[in-house]
Design a protein around this ligand. Structure first.
Ligand code: SAM
Length: 339
């Protein structure tokens, strides 16, 4: 059984994972999490600023070929307004996420980054999650103020990756993570659990790849079959896969920031609490305006569709205090960097 007081080898941890019940695994991971991150659950404001996408990932509701998706873009001034509102509510990290939308050129993104930094008095961190770009573009974003970049590898199984992310290269996605790290970003990646064709070995390899990449942030969530996609009829796998993955990731990457993801909250009313109990330490209140939020439908039945930012933050605070945790407005920088 891994001991919280020493560095465990990956082998020790995997052996424990294979034999432990989900309850044992979560208890161990939560106790390790608390010893490093305390009882605080850090909030990051999420802005889903475009659902246009040039990619055609088989699992995703905003894929290019989904003609039923209602498309929207939030313009620069509106993004700045949303950030200001979040900043005034206390948030100190903003995550800009979107499809791979050619309308948002590197220059447009840079102008948005510069304005966010200015508007938040250079006190807030900005994370981008807008897919694979060239190293040169990542450098531009970094120089314009981006602090963090999230890019999930989705699955460590190369063949599975190639079959669900058509016209996309697994190698390029991994290379992007290396580029991001080398350019001084705090780097985030992650994967979905329960993809069709995934095995227990895949799930173990997914977590091991996160450790190998020495990620600062890892997001894992259940794959939810989405209407109007080629994977719509795939079976829904249990949330337990994502819960066990969260606990395993916490044991393998004790210092990482790990979110309790929206996808977990979507398939189970208490999914995010379960993830926190498995060692997650981040929540991402969704600041996307109510009118368009309903169209960022990666998967069906996404939660919080009708609530505004303040209501969401209040609700998360109540949910966390009910499980003996406390929401925090800290920037939540990577611990690796000793900030
Ligand atoms: N376009 C950027 C990218 O690909 O990195 C960011 C946006 S993408 C929609 C964000 C994440 O949504 C993906 O990395 C994927 O893991 C998740 N996602 C998409 N479709 C999903 C589904 N059906 N179920 C669960 N998660 C899904």
């Amino acid at each position: 059984m891994p001991d919280n007081n020493r560095d465990n080898t990956a082998e020790d941890i995997i052996n424990f994972y294979k034999t432990a019940s989900t309850d044992e695994l979560c208890k161990r991971a939560a106790s390790l999490c608390e010893s490093i991150h305390g009882k605080e659950i850090i909030l990051r404001g999420l802005i889903e600023f475009t659902n246009y996408c040039s990619q055609d990932c088989l699992y995703c509701g905003i894929r290019k070929s989904n003609k039923n998706a209602v498309r929207y873009r939030i313009d620069k001034d509106e993004i700045i307004k949303i950030v200001s509102m979040g900043y005034n509510a206390g948030l100190r990290t903003f995550v800009l996420q979107g499809g791979e939308d050619p309308y948002y050129t590197a220059d447009k993104i840079c102008r948005i980054l510069e304005q966010i930094k200015k508007k938040t008095e250079y006190k807030a961190s900005v994370t981008l999650s807008i897919g694979v770009k060239s190293r040169k573009t990542y450098r531009k974003f970094r120089e314009a103020g981006a602090d963090r970049y999230l890019i999930r590898f989705e699955t460590s199984d190369r063949e599975l990756y190639q079959s669900i992310k058509i016209n996309s290269s697994f190698e390029k996605r991994i290379a992007a993570i290396h580029d991001i790290k080398e350019l001084g970003y705090e780097a985030g990646s992650g994967y979905m659990t329960g993809l069709p064709g995934e095995t227990e070995e895949t799930r173990i390899n997914n977590a091991l790849l996160c450790r190998k990449l020495e990620l600062d942030m890892v997001g894992v969530g259940p794959f939810i079959p989405s209407n109007n996609t080629p994977l719509a009829a795939s079976p829904k796998m249990p949330l337990e896969y994502a819960i066990r993955a969260t606990a395993l990731l916490r044991l393998l990457l004790p210092k990482a920031h790990i979110p309790a993801t929206t996808a977990a909250g979507t398939i189970d009313q208490h999914g995010r609490e379960k993830m926190v109990r498995a060692g997650a330490n981040i929540l991402m209140p969704n600041l996307t305006p109510v009118e368009v939020k309903k169209h960022y439908l990666l998967y069906p039945d996404k939660i919080c569709l009708d609530e505004n930012a303040n209501e969401i933050i209040k609700g998360l605070g109540e949910r966390m205090s009910a499980i003996d945790r406390k929401i925090s407005f800290s920037r939540g920088s990577a611990l690796r960097l000793g900030k």
